[in-house]
Design a binder for this molecule. Structure first.
Ligand SMILES: Cc1ncc(COP(=O)(O)O)c(C=O)c1O
Length: 449
């Protein structure tokens, strides 16, 4: 693959990283912020645009890894936050009326939500609580997740996210590969791993482990691997097998929730999990996440039940305010209809170019999240491994992203080329992205066949 050098002047980012390295690991706040040769330092974001510290302006498809479903710094949310600051404050760490409003709204909108707890941080927190309460509910300890799925930083589910192919084992019976040094091996040993969309592999594991298996955890559309579509029949099969063996079915809707539909992906797909976890798009960028679920499981949480649950920032007033306003804006479905139209247009037009040029690539979208895979078939994580995309430095993706960057378009360098469209994107911005991508695919067609 011919290299595409970055031609944008990003000297200030490079210099800033040198300084930052002295004060933070690798100079960034967490693994997801790093990419080669150095990450851009972003100075501001508004609507569909971001600016870096060299004053370059980009059309943005990173959306802060998903939250900015309405676009950055949405004026109505900003006003709601200002009003809350002026009239109420920031945090009481005591019950308040707005949290009742929000949990009631969850019960109205989200199929699985009979009761909801509002966590004060990212999606990892409620994922952790979901596993713990599933263990308490079933009296069992193991958890089944899918290879390639990411569910947060904690040891309960941090395994086989992007496993080293040398350690990953057979495709239809993957090994559990721990994701962090320092994790307790005994905890990692409680995680079982299966391939997406493979009923017989899951059936074998469940038959063997049904007396130990507390939960099956899945992203109903696997955006942590780009845009990997989980078949509806497969989700229905998981629902049935969980019912049969008293296993808790947990949907990780941290990315899908409220981005594709006001009731979460579960409302589109017609399959209701026992527990659903929400974050990101829920408050358009403010820090809040939620665990929602069936009453008999949720009632096990303290102080109603024996499963400990507490946190200074639970129900944080600014997060709750932003979530209420975001859901109010999304509720009538008009924003989601437009997001789906834009996502479908992006993938439809890119696939037409790909077909015309007979390339070994395809673009897949679910609503506003689109991913350009440089291969023809992606059904599970091994298909991604096969196209050698498991490393952030994959040359076709790098060449594509550098081309976008050189033309004023930003996709966070990630192991697949995934983009988030927001309600702030204009049709002209989508057109520009399609045009630049068409030119890239045409210019590199010989390398992409
Ligand atoms: C599908 C999914 N689940 C859980 C998480 C963890 O969320 P957070 O990083 O907000 O803790 C993420 C984060 O990217 C995610 O993509």
């Amino acid at each position: 693959m011919r290299e595409v050098p970055i031609r944008v002047n990003t000297e200030n980012s490079r210099r800033m990283l040198e300084e930052a390295r002295k004060f933070a690991p690798a100079g960034v706040q967490g693994d997801g912020r790093w990419y080669d040769p150095y990450p851009l330092f972003i100075s501001k974001a508004h609507g569909s645009r971001i600016w870096d510290v060299d004053s370059n302006e980009y059309i943005d498809y990173h959306a802060s890894y998903g939250p900015a479903v309405l676009g950055y710094n949405h004026p109505q949310i900003k006003d709601a936050i200002k009003e809350t600051l002026d009239n109420e404050g920031v945090l009481f760490a005591a019950p308040h009326p707005k949290e009742v409003e929000l949990t009631k709204l969850f019960a109205e909108l989200v199929p699985c939500a009979e009761k909801t707890v509002l966590c004060g941080g990212g999606g990892s927190d409620p994922m952790y609580h979901a596993v713990r309460v599933a263990r308490a509910y079933t009296g069992k300890t193991k958890v089944l997740k899918f290879e390639g799925g990411y569910h947060g930083w904690h040891d309960y589910l941090l395994a086989s996210v992007r496993p080293d192919p040398q350690k990953a084992g057979p495709a239809d019976a993957p090994h559990t590969v721990g994701g962090s040094s320092g994790a307790l091996q005994g905890t990692v040993d409680q995680i079982l791993v299966a391939p997406f969309n493979d009923e017989s592999a899951v059936e074998r594991i469940v038959e063997r482990e049904k007396d130990n298996l507390a939960a099956i955890v899945i992203e109903p559309v696997c955006h942590s691997a780009g845009c990997l579509i989980v078949k509806t029949e497969f989700l229905q099969f998981l629902r049935d097998i969980c019912d049969q063996y008293r296993i808790v079915l947990i949907f990780d809707e941290v990315i899908t929730g409220f981005r594709h539909h006001i009731g979460g992906a579960q409302a589109i797909l017609g399959i209701t999990p026992d527990l659903g976890v929400f974050g990101k798009a829920m408050a358009n960028g403010y820090a809040i996440s939620a665990l929602a679920g069936k009453n008999d499981i949720m009632s096990l949480f303290a102080p109603e039940g024996p499963v400990f649950m507490s946190g200074t920032y639970m129900g944080h007033l600014l997060g709750v305010t932003a979530a209420l306003k975001t859901l109010e804006i999304l509720k009538d479905g008009a924003v989601h209809r437009r997001l789906w139209d834009m996502g479908n247009r992006m993938s439809g037009e890119l696939n037409a170019v790909i077909d015309e040029l007979e390339l070994d690539a395809y673009c897949v979208n679910f609503g506003s999240i689109w991913c350009l895979y440089f291969t023809r078939h992606v059904e599970n994580h091994r298909d991604i491994i096969e196209m050698s995309a498991q490393h952030k430095g994959y040359p076709k993706d790098v060449a594509y992203r550098n081309t976008l960057l050189n033309n004023g378009i930003y996709i966070q360098p990630y192991y697949t080329s995934r983009g988030f469209i927001s309600a702030a994107h204009s049709d002209q911005e989508i057109d520009k992205t399609i045009d630049i991508t068409r030119d890239f695919l045409t210019a590199h067609k010989d390398d992409l066949r």
